[in-house]
Design a protein around this ligand. Structure first.
Ligand code: FAD
Length: 369
């Protein structure tokens, strides 16, 4: 090992998880290089930014993972904001889940973590909510981050200021593996040339595209279409999380509306008339008058999904190649804890029992027969 490659980390994928890990290592004086095929396609720029551990009804290890990450997020964001000078829009605004009947409410997996709202209280919380909703749960511990306009940029800036080298437009085509160790990556760069980049240790964070690099990783894309509308500032104070659609109010009145869940769309680009009309119907079912508010933007992206909907975090079969992918619907929520655990794992730092249990549950080995 030369002095040059000592403590150096190669990150494959500059999306939300790649940036979060890059930031953690760079802040701890590692030399970090990020290879990024296309920053614009990252689901980190697509997500609604909900921190919805309880409103999503997460269960078992995913629930614990979300709860642990939510504990880390305020300090994590505070550091990113201080380092970047960009405020990230973290708000513990609470998320309301409405229900049509009491049976649905009582069967909700995280029912015990919510505060019950009757129809009158629901109306008081969300003026004009569709009268089909008779009950609600408010999860005051949940919230949001403005990932699309702020967090991603803040992370990129904080990383750059800590010396992270970004290779934008660089697509990893293959990994160079010798004696069960990754020694480098073959990279297609923007000029069309193939370049070899050496590495000491590497982390694969390529989101929905991960299987294209390592076929053993069972990650596939689940497309999501989104739009935004401009509501009156402070009209919606909390996120409204319906069965098919959610409304996420930013602090300036912009409301992010999501999202379709398209398992068969593969990597098909673009918004579709059907996708947009489904979102509009979702708005009508939640808050009819919001259909009259001006539409601002439409966009789409790809969630990195696994067969059991849980992320893949930890070691790979290759000694010095680590995995952080498959975060599906909750990558914003899980990014703080993922970067922490990967950092400790790579440095052989003592892991807490709960972190060890996450690594066991989220290991790639679970997919072996
Ligand atoms: C519609 C939608 C709504 C969502 N809402 C929420 C939400 O409210 N809350 C929440 O917690 N999560 C949400 N998510 C999920 C969250 O966005 C993802 O889980 C998270 O962004 C995954 O991060 P990632 O870094 O693994 O992947 P990405 O952010 O997609 O980044 C992967 C990056 O890897 C790059 N890459 C791929 N292949 C290569 C290669 N060969 N070489 C180099 N680079 C490569 C890509 O170009 C991309 O930039 C949502 C996702 C979607 C799509």
């Amino acid at each position: 090992m030369t002095e040059n490659t000592k403590n150096s980390i190669l990150i494959i994928g500059g999306g939300l998880i790649g940036l979060s890990i890059a930031y953690k290592f760079a802040k701890n004086n590692f030399k970090v290089t990020v290879l990024s095929k296309n920053r614009g396609e990252s689901a980190g720029f697509v997500a609604a930014g909900m921190l919805a551990t309880h409103a999503e009804g997460l269960q078992n290890e995913l629930l614990k993972f979300g709860q642990q990450s939510q504990k880390l997020i305020p300090k994590w964001i505070n550091n990113i904001e201080k380092d970047s000078g960009i405020e990230c829009g973290l708000r513990k605004c609470g998320i309301i889940v409405p229900f049509k009947n009491i049976k649905e409410l009582e069967e909700f997996p995280t029912y015990e973590y919510g505060k019950y709202l009757n129809q009158k209280e629901l109306n008081k919380e969300i003026h004009g909510i569709n009268s089909i909703w008779e009950h609600g749960l408010v999860f005051e511990q949940d919230g949001q981050i403005d990932n699309r306009r702020r967090l991603m940029r803040a992370l990129e800036k904080a990383c750059s200021l800590h010396g992270v080298k970004f290779h934008e437009g660089s697509e990893v085509k293959d990994l160079r593996i010798e004696n069960n160790k990754i020694v480098g990556a073959k990279v297609l760069i923007a000029t069309g040339e193939l370049k070899e980049i050496d590495c000491e240790k590497s982390i694969l964070c390529s989101g929905a595209w991960s299987k294209k690099i390592l076929n053993k990783i069972p990650v596939f894309p689940v497309k999501g279409q989104m739009l935004s509308i401009q509501g009156p500032a402070n009209f919606l104070k909390r996120v409204l999380f319906g069965t098919t659609t959610y409304l996420v109010p930013r602090d300036d009145g912009l409301i992010v509306v999501g999202a379709t869940v398209e398992k068969d769309a593969q990597f098909n680009q673009g918004n579709t008339p059907n996708g947009i009309s489904n979102l509009q119907e979702g708005i009508r079912l939640l808050l009819p008058e919001a259909l009259n508010w001006p539409q601002m933007e439409h966009w789409w992206g790809f969630r990195p999904c696994t067969p059991d909907l849980k992320p893949i975090i930890g070691k790979s079969e290759v000694e010095n190649l680590f995995l952080a992918t498959g975060h599906y619907r909750n990558g914003v929520l899980f990014s703080a804890i993922t970067s922490d655990i990967i950092f400790k794992l790579i440095q052989d730092k003592t892991l807490q029992d709960i972190e060890i249990s996450f690594l066991e549950k989220f290991s790639l080995n679970r997919f072996k027969i």
